[in-house]
Structure formats: structure tokens, C-alpha cells
Design a protein around this ligand. Structure first.
Ligand code: ADP
Ligand code: MG
Length: 415
């Protein structure tokens, strides 16, 4: 079935056509009809399979079809997401698909000035895409009213219902009308979260696509055993051997992101970092440079593992393994999106073997191992442009240091 055969408003069809979306993806095919019927839906489908449009198309259709246009009435649809970058991205999808409709979509998120967001809110909007924190501030100050919300969507639903967010979500639910449509979308879910999700809705329709393998079939993923201290040489090699490719590198912490960045800088590789310690302006700038391809290497923490849709990321490198097994699925899912193919490699040090076992347990099967022969391993370290200290230069360094300290001691009484 093609989009042109759907009973959706021509205004949306026009936008789909412009985007070159001819046929719905599996999840769109299965989720759009029950959403249009007003049912609650829990939808699980692999990364990069078009889940955003699966909820955006029916929401835009339903709001645009209303005869009585009543935006001033208040927000009709609330989409909650875990990160600011994702809030912006999803808002863009609503804007693009809803370009020829009357539906107004806006986003609020923290880390930027509040005043412009308030002004825009006062104009009246239909769809609000938000991260929980800022939205809550605005709700408690009375700038956002949620009593007209008819549809609640949780994207990355398992994450939104997990420990870090569940309190916020429960707070939000208290402000929403009882009678509403609730939609959950994610690539991963576990039994506990599923039960929690069911407890929040009435008779939901469950749609699960290829539940056996949570990793997108478009991603060729493997693991390589590499010592912690050698990882930077292997990253350098992957980057230099794939020159011109967009490579997303995941590390465990913010500090490590900066360290790996410095190591790449030393060997002449231009990269950017993205993590929670950067201010919002810098985060967005780094993401945009990577999107445009001005910078080909982005070193990020798990803040960008979920949902982010950047076209033509060829490679995902797990420089460190993720702490939470499902984040493996989300990280490698930043490549191989839509119809594209992608590759991923994970660097596993001996101390990370335990985490690897957990991830494989979660996936239900082992990850392909890249065999690196001893020779190749040392060749990779030799390949590095990093200046390695030999004995002679070490001795010279010691000498220089001693001389410098002698000189320092001479002028007495001076600070
Ligand atoms: P998910 O949320 O499932 O990870 P996204 O909604 O971010 O995936 O979409 C992944 C990519 O697929 C996006 O670049 C999007 O533009 C593209 N896409 C979505 N639906 C279609 C479609 N019906 N036909 C072609 N491309 C699509
Ligand atoms: Mg998504």
C-alpha cells in the first residue's frame, strides 16, 4: 500500500511526496490505522524504521481535519522525549510533514532562555514536543496548560518510564485529562517497563516488529578485543582508513570524551564532542557541524545514543562498551537508518568482558568477533601518528627537566 492510497489529508500527502516517502515502513503500516481509530498503542520497532512519522502522520491528520479550528484552546498533543536534541529533531519532523496543514508544533527544552518559549506558547499551539524538566517549570509557572491534551506520546518510551524519568512522567500524568489517547514508541522494552506502560493505559494495541533481534538488520556490527590503553590507536586507524566517512564514537563519560578528543587532535584528526557538560548552544553547534559533514567525527556520551537521526553516518564506534545493555542497540542504531546500511565496531578491553557478556545476553546471541592477529595489533600501534617516547628522548626530557629546575632555583627571594 502506498501513502497515496491512505485516507490521510492531501496536505500531508503533499509533504510526504516532497520528502520522497512513497510507501509506509512496516511500523507505519501497522501503527497508523489504530492511532487514527483513537486506540492506545505500544509500538516496538527497530532503530531507524520511521517511528517518528508513524505517530506524526496520524496526529497531524487528526488535528488538521478538525472543522473547528481551536488552537487557542490549548495543547492537544504532548510528545515527551529524553533529550533536547531529540525534541528539536521531532519538532522538525512535525514541521516538515505538517508544512501544508494548520497544525502548529513547538518545542520546549531546558538550557536556553525561557522567555522566547513563553512568547511563542502564548500564540497558541497544537502539538508540544518537550523534555520533562523545562516543561514542568513552565507548567508550574502557569505558562503551559495541559488540561486540553488529548494525546500523549512517549518516544523512547522505555527510557521515559525508567527510573530517571518516571517521577516526571507521573507528575505530568496528574495534569492530563483521564480520557486521552496514549502512545508509546521505542526500539527496546523490557517486561518490567512493559507492565508499567500497560498500567498507564487502557486496552492498548501492542505492535512489535522483529522482536527477536533488536539490532537493526541494516547494521553490520562486530566486536574487537583491544586493551584499554591501545584503544586510541585503533580509533585512529578506523578513522584514517575510512577517511571522508561520518563516524560517531561513543565513550563512557564526559571526561573520556574530552580525553579521546585530545588524543585524536594529537594525531591530526579533527573531531567534535557532545556530552552533558557542554552548554546547549555548543551541543547543537557540534551536532549541526556533524550533520552537515563539516566535521566527520563526533565523540559522544550516551546523551546522543537515543533517537538521533543523522543521515549517512557510516560508522559507529563503541570506544567503550555501554553500561546499560539496551544502549548498545540504540548506539549502533545511529547508523543504518531508513534504507541505508551501516557498520559498527565495539572495542572491548579485558575489563569490559563482563559487560560484553551482558550485552550478548540481552541480544540473545553473540556479537561477531573481529579477529586481530598479533602482528596486525602491533602494526596498528605503529601505524599511529602519535609520537611515542623512545628511550633517548625520555632521557633528554629528564635532563631538560633537571636543568630547568636548577635554573629556577637560582634567583632567590623572587616569587
Ligand atoms: P526511528 O524513530 O524508528 O529510529 P526515525 O523516525 O528517526 O526512525 O526515521 C529514520 C529515517 O527514516 C529518517 O531519516 C526518516 O526520514 C526516514 N523515513 C521515515 N519514514 C519513511 C518512509 N516511509 N519512507 C522513506 N523514509 C522514511
Ligand atoms: Mg525515534
Amino acid at each position: 500500500m502506498k501513502f497515496e492510497d491512505y485516507h490521510i489529508n492531501p496536505a500531508i500527502k503533499k509533504a510526504l511526496d516532497k520528502l520522497g516517502f512513497k510507501k509506509p515502513t512496516d511500523i507505519q503500516f501497522k501503527a497508523i490505522p489504530p492511532i487514527l481509530r483513537g486506540e492506545d498503542v505500544l509500538a516496538i520497532a527497530q532503530t531507524g524504521t520511521g517511528k517518528t512519522a508513524a505517530f506524526a502522520i496520524p496526529v497531524l491528520h487528526m488535528l488538521h481535519e478538525r472543522k473547528q479550528y481551536a488552537r487557542q484552546d490549548g495543547i492537544k498533543c504532548l510528545v515527551m522525549v529524553p533529550t533536547r536534541e531529540l525534541a528539536i529533531q521531532i519538532t522538525e519532523v512535525f514541521h516538515t510533514l505538517g508544512k501544508h496543514t494548520r497544525v502548529e508544533t513547538m518545542t520546549v527544552f531546558g538550557g536556553v532562555e525561557q522567555a522566547p518559549q513563553i512568547t511563542k506558547l502564548e500564540d497558541g499551539i497544537d502539538v508540544l514536543v518537550a523534555t520533562p524538566g523545562r516543561m514542568f517549570d513552565l507548567v508550574s509557572q502557569g505558562h503551559i496548560r495541559l488540561e486540553r491534551v488529548e494525546m500523549l506520546i512517549l518516544d523512547e518510551a522505555d527510557h521515559m518510564l525508567d527510573l530517571g524519568f518516571i517521577k516526571d512522567i507521573r507528575d505530568v500524568l496528574r495534569h492530563l485529562p483521564r480520557k486521552r489517547q496514549t502512545l508509546f514508541f521505542s526500539a527496546t522494552i523490557n517486561e518490567k517497563i512493559k507492565d508499567l506502560a500497560y498500567s498507564l493505559v487502557t486496552k492498548p494495541i501492542r505492535i512489535q516488529i522483529s522482536p527477536k533481534d533488536p539490532v537493526s538488520k541494516n547494521v553490520d556490527h562486530s566486536v574487537a578485543y583491544i586493551g584499554m590503553d591501545d584503544k586510541r590507536f585503533f580509533l585512529e586507524r578506523v578513522i584514517k582508513e575510512n577517511e571522508g566517512s561520518k563516524i560517531l564514537v561513543f565513550v563512557r563519560t564526559k571526561v573520556r570524551a574530552e580525553r579521546v578528543h585530545a588524543a585524536m587532535d594529537r594525531v591530526g584528526i579533527k573531531a567534535d564532542t557532545l556530552h552533558g557538560d557542554k552548554d546547549q548552544k555548543d551541543r547543537l553547534a557540534a551536532l549541526n557541524r556533524f550533520k552537515k559533514g563539516d566535521v566527520k567525527v563526533l565523540i559522544a556520551t550516551d546523551v546522543s545514543s537515543r533517537g538521533i537521526d543523522i543521515p549517512s553516518v557510516e560508522y559507529v564506534v563503541n570506544y567503550d562498551l555501554p553500561d546499560v545493555p539496551e544502549n548498545y542497540v540504540h548506539r549502533v542504531g545511529r547508523t543504518g537508518r531508513g534504507t541505508q546500511k551501516g557498520k559498527s565496531v565495539s572495542f572491548c578491553s579485558p575489563e569490559e568482558k563482563e559487560i560484553l557478556n551482558e550485552i550478548e545476553g540481552y541480544l540473545g546471541k553473540p556479537i561477531k568477533v573481529l579477529d586481530i592477529e598479533k602482528q596486525d595489533y602491533s602494526a596498528t600501534i605503529d601505524f599511529s601518528a602519535e609520537v611515542k617516547p623512545d628511550l633517548k628522548s625520555l632521557l633528554k626530557e629528564v635532563q631538560d627537566f633537571e636543568e630547568a629546575s636548577k635554573k629556577k632555583k637560582k634567583p632567590k627571594g623572587k616569587k
